[in-house]
Design a binder for this molecule. Structure first.
Ligand code: ADP
Ligand code: MG
Length: 374
């Protein structure tokens, strides 16, 4: 495809995965903790440097012709299509003072878009890794992830935290990534559910979330306001023991937001200690509690996601929760291998009975992070 579009061969091909966050939702921008895995679905970028300062972008998933941009004129607001994500990465590199030139990029992906599996971070990270190698920048995976986040915040206009990009850049095969967003630290926690007869199933509800629609920004600023009112740098600094006092002093509408963030950080810690002890099944109830917190306190679930969770649990799943920013997207289900078919069938049947769109169902296992593949 690259040769058909640009008439030459690429210098290389890079891959970056989507992610499923196991637990730790809406905690990243609160300086908290998260526990994502990379999934086998990934975005590929074929790339070739250009000497004339132009950035040309084409995607097998983007409708339309090649976007042809001038590096010298990359400023936030000038690109309003999907091309803002890859162009934003180049902008972020320039803004950080890196000496880079133009490129031709062709993109193709197996990560469903807008499904809560972070196709945006996969796209950004694939481009960031390509530029890092092509222009010999020598940046580390976490540094590239933060540039990718900067692209999404500053150029694509989505006020996301860094969890998605860190997951895509830093995850490793057979492990979950324990992130401490304040320390900028991460550690690999071995996680291989299949070796204990368990399976992770992703259910794409087909309800498209739109992180740019303002709801995400409102939640984020609610959390930041709560931290300010409590005299804290971020909600990360509130412990479960502090919660009753905080509840008394905060405006009522901020209380559930704070309760979610505090209990969610606790769930990440619990999940990590279970995985470290090899107790994969113990993750189940933590997922389900996390879902209840997102549904009842953060209020970002939807009827379709709730139906998946309830149906999966009723058919023997160990746990289930919506994953990603919310308002639709995907649900992750942990189940014993022998239960997966029953869950799959029950969810499909329940969706049909409710008149919902046919969901997408596929198993995932912890996969590798971003890398050069050719
Ligand atoms: P998510 O990251 O959960 O998939 P987002 O709304 O954050 O959802 O990002 C989805 C957007 O990212 C798409 O609407 C599109 O603009 C862009 N995108 C992601 N992958 C691709 C791709 N392969 N080709 C073109 N655009 C893409
Ligand atoms: Mg995204």
């Amino acid at each position: 495809m690259f040769r058909r579009i640009y008439g030459t061969y690429p210098e290389g091909i890079w891959a970056a995965p989507g992610r499923v966050n196991l637990i730790g939702e809406h905690t990243d921008y609160n300086d908290g903790f998260a526990l994502p895995i990379a999934i086998p679905q990934h975005t590929l970028v074929a790339a070739r440097r250009r000497q004339d300062g132009r950035l040309r972008l084409h995607s097998a998933q983007g409708d339309g012709p090649v976007a042809d941009l001038d590096l010298a004129r990359l400023t936030p607001g000038v690109v309003t299509t999907w091309a803002a994500y890859p162009a934003g990465v180049v902008w972020a590199l320039l803004e950080a003072g890196h000496r880079i030139g133009g490129a031709d990029l062709h993109i193709d992906s197996t990560v469903p878009t807008g499904a809560g599996l972070s196709s945006s971070a996969a796209l950004e990270c694939a481009v960031a890794f390509a530029y890092n190698d092509l222009y010999g920048l020598g940046l580390s995976p976490p540094a590239l992830a933060l540039l990718a986040q900067r692209a999404e915040n500053g150029f694509a206009g989505v006020p996301c935290g860094a969890m998605d990009q860190l997951a895509s850049a830093c995850c490793t095969d057979g492990a979950a990534l324990h992130l401490d967003l304040r320390a900028g630290a991460h550690e690999q926690v071995p996680f291989a559910p299949q070796t204990q007869g368990m399976s992770l199933l992703v259910v794409d509800t087909r309800v498209k979330h739109d992180l740019g629609d303002g709801a995400y920004a409102a939640l984020r600023s609610g959390c930041e306001q709560a931290a300010r009112e409590l005299g804290l740098t971020a909600l990360r600094d509130l412990t479960p023991a502090d919660l009753p006092r905080a509840v008394k002093t905060l405006p009522a509408h901020l209380v559930p937001l704070v309760r979610h963030v505090v209990t969610e950080n606790g769930r990440v810690a619990k999940a990590v200690s279970h995985l470290r002890a090899g107790h994969v099944a113990a993750l189940g109830p933590i997922l389900t509690e996390g879902h209840a917190s997102l549904r009842d306190d953060f209020r970002i679930s939807c009827a379709e996601s709730d139906l998946v969770v309830d149906t999966a649990l009723a058919h023997g799943a160990l746990g289930a929760r919506m994953t990603g920013g919310g308002f639709g997207g995907s649900v992750v289900v942990l189940a014993e291998e022998g239960r997966v078919e029953a869950v799959r069938l029950a969810v499909t049947t329940a969706f049909r009975a409710a008149g919902y769109q046919e969901p997408g169902l596929f198993p995932v296992s912890p996969a590798a992070g971003a890398r050069r593949i050719m």
